[in-house]
Design a protein around this ligand. Structure first.
Ligand code: HEM
Length: 224
């Protein structure tokens, strides 16, 4: 079904999505301040980790959704969703630095290096930083489209690291159901991109000789 929102409708969709993305944070703050939680610190650390992963999956789903629905305007929402991945990851990291180490950076480093699941999460977070920093139009122009695209392929590393982090954390409790589900979701979302981009490259290669032939023909003074 074709749906092309007017600029006004698009603005409303964007604003709604912006506010919806803040609901998980609002809920965490509300439940904590109203004293309804038995383990508020654990709830917040885990909740922000969960929402980092959810937004990562939602952001990765934009391109396949756009292609399947032909709703090209969806792509304009991807940047905001990607920034929410970083936002929740930064909150997740801050809660770890605050609640687990009370802002003692040296102690935090020791923990990052000691526990492999934290090491992996930390690397994923560090890799998210250049993506967040280069998300503006000005940075796309400054880097150039090709370089920007290459840099943003880091998501192919970040997403599996996020899953590995989650997997490792749950491994201690022999509870693999959720990591398996999210692992499959991420594999499908990244897999379809690989398949589509290979197909595009194949089609471009197939077209290249024909175009080169045409150019050679025209270069030789052909007027067809
Ligand atoms: C892309 C980056 C990251 C993602 C996607 C992510 C995701 C997650 C997820 C899904 C959980 C499990 C929540 C649950 O139990 O429901 C979690 C837990 C956790 N993560 Fe992360 N995380 C990331 C980065 C980090 C970083 C940078 C740190 C710290 C340096 C970190 C430290 C932790 C800790 C301490 C827990 C809780 C462990 C526990 O309660 O036993 N994570 N994370």
């Amino acid at each position: 079904m074709a749906f092309h929102p007017t600029p006004r409708q698009y603005g409303a969709i964007r604003a709604l999505l912006f506010l919806l993305a803040l609901v998980p944070l609002g809920r965490m703050v509300y439940l904590t301040l109203s004293g309804q939680l038995v383990e508020p610190l654990e709830f917040i650390t885990r909740g922000t980790g969960d929402w980092t992963l959810y937004f990562l999956c939602i952001t990765l789903a934009v391109t396949p959704l756009r292609r399947l629905s032909k709703w090209n305007w969806l792509i304009k929402l991807r940047r905001m969703l990607g920034l929410y991945v970083f936002f929740y990851a930064a909150l997740h990291f801050t809660t770890f630095l605050w609640f687990d180490h009370f802002f003692d950076v040296q102690e935090m480093w020791a923990d990052v290096l000691k526990r492999p699941f934290i090491t992996v999460g930390f690397v994923a977070f560090v890799l998210l930083i250049p993506l967040a920093v280069t998300s503006s139009n000005a940075m796309v122009r400054r880097l150039g489209g090709k370089q920007w695209q290459w840099l943003h392929r880091l998501v192919y590393v970040i997403a599996p690291l996020g899953i590995l982090h989650f997997w490792w954390m749950k491994a201690g409790k022999h509870n693999f159901t959720q990591p398996i589900i999210f692992g499959l979701v991420v594999a499908v979302l990244l897999g379809v991109r690989v398949v589509w981009s290979r197909r595009k490259a194949r089609e471009a290669r197939a077209l290249a000789p024909a175009q080169a032939g045409g150019a050679a023909c025209c270069g030789g003074g052909c007027r067809s």
